[in-house]
Design a binder for this molecule. Structure first.
Ligand code: MEV
Length: 292
């Protein structure tokens, strides 16, 4: 056994404050980390047995040698191996746990990948600069399994762990982390309904292909809100942020990515005095956020 010690790394969940879906089509969006729910990866050295991938919460324990790269955790490990230019990995057990609800639009998949990538980089004592950007880029590749055509915002916010203003563009995405003038108190309301971001993103793509004019206008509306909201967040204008959250929710309803449960949570929050509320993430289930 090589002389390595156990390591552990974690990554937060995330919420999309403004611009989900439109961000896939190059419009700006704003996301923030949800730091008190986290995914954690712990790596213990082993004497033999190869690389064991364990997700005890899901009852999964398998050997990397028997898993294809359609598995997110296996792909995560393979990518680090390639990026680090290593031929083989030392024997180890990688255990991932998470208290981020799965398939709820809170970035659980991205957080597990980012935490595992960080832990592996530490465990292997990689000889390359392990920046947040590097973690984000590797996480993006794995996000394709979860999302099909991810914009890149989820991996960015969980890797940088800061509020981020994001525009998907070539040759390089625009990523601006920014400060928040006064803390935003956000309430996250879970519909308890799990939803596949990949499916919803695919549906939006089909609708956009059928009626590009209408959907481009909806995306433009979301993008304009993200731009204006960034100003309001920086100056701490709560009333304005709340109003814009309501407008963003209305656009997402028009995009057909909300659901009766999400709409009910939004109106309950507003009736109770929230300054604004909207669904957050892929939609058709998952979570609502309210500015309280
Ligand atoms: C998911 O958190 C946000 C979406 O805009 C998809 C993406 O940006 O990849 C729905």
């Amino acid at each position: 056994m090589e002389d390595r010690t156990a390591v552990s790394a974690s990554a937060p969940g995330k919420i999309i404050l403004f611009g989900e879906h439109a961000v896939v089509y190059g419009r700006p969006a704003i996301a923030a980390p949800l730091t008190h729910v986290r995914a954690t990866a712990t790596i213990h050295p082993a004497r033999d047995g190869g690389v064991i991938l364990a997700a005890p919460d899901l009852g999964v324990r398998q050997n990397l040698a028997n898993v294809g790269t359609e598995d997110a955790l296996a792909l995560t490990v393979q990518q680090v191996l390639i990026a680090a230019g290593l031929q083989r990995l030392p024997d180890m057990t990688i255990t991932v746990t998470s208290d981020i609800p799965i398939a709820a639009g809170l970035g659980s998949g991205a957080a597990i990948t980012a935490a595992t990538t960080r832990a592996l980089a530490q465990f292997l004592e990689l000889d390359i600069p392990v920046t947040d950007g590097w973690i984000s880029d590797l996480t993006y590749e794995v996000e394709k399994i979860h999302h099909g055509t991810p914009s890149g915002i989820d991996n960015t916010v969980v890797a940088y762990e800061r509020p981020v203003y994001f525009v998907r563009q070539t040759p390089q995405n625009l990523i601006e982390t920014f400060s928040v003038q006064q803390p935003l108190h956000l309430l996250v309301g879970d519909t308890g309904i799990s939803s596949s971001t990949k499916d919803v993103v695919g549906d939006v793509r089909r609708s956009w292909q059928k009626d590009p004019q209408r959907f481009n206008a909806l995306f433009d509306g979301c993008g304009a809100l993200s731009e204006a909201a960034r100003e309001a967040i920086q100056t701490g204008d709560y009333e304005e942020i709340g109003r814009m959250m309501n407008q963003n929710h209305a656009l997402l309803v028009d995009m057909t990515v909300s659901s009766p449960d999400l709409d009910r949570l939004v109106s309950t929050a507003l009736d109770a005095g929230a300054l604004g509320a909207k669904m957050s993430g892929g939609g058709r289930g998952g979570n609502m956020i309210a500015l309280v």
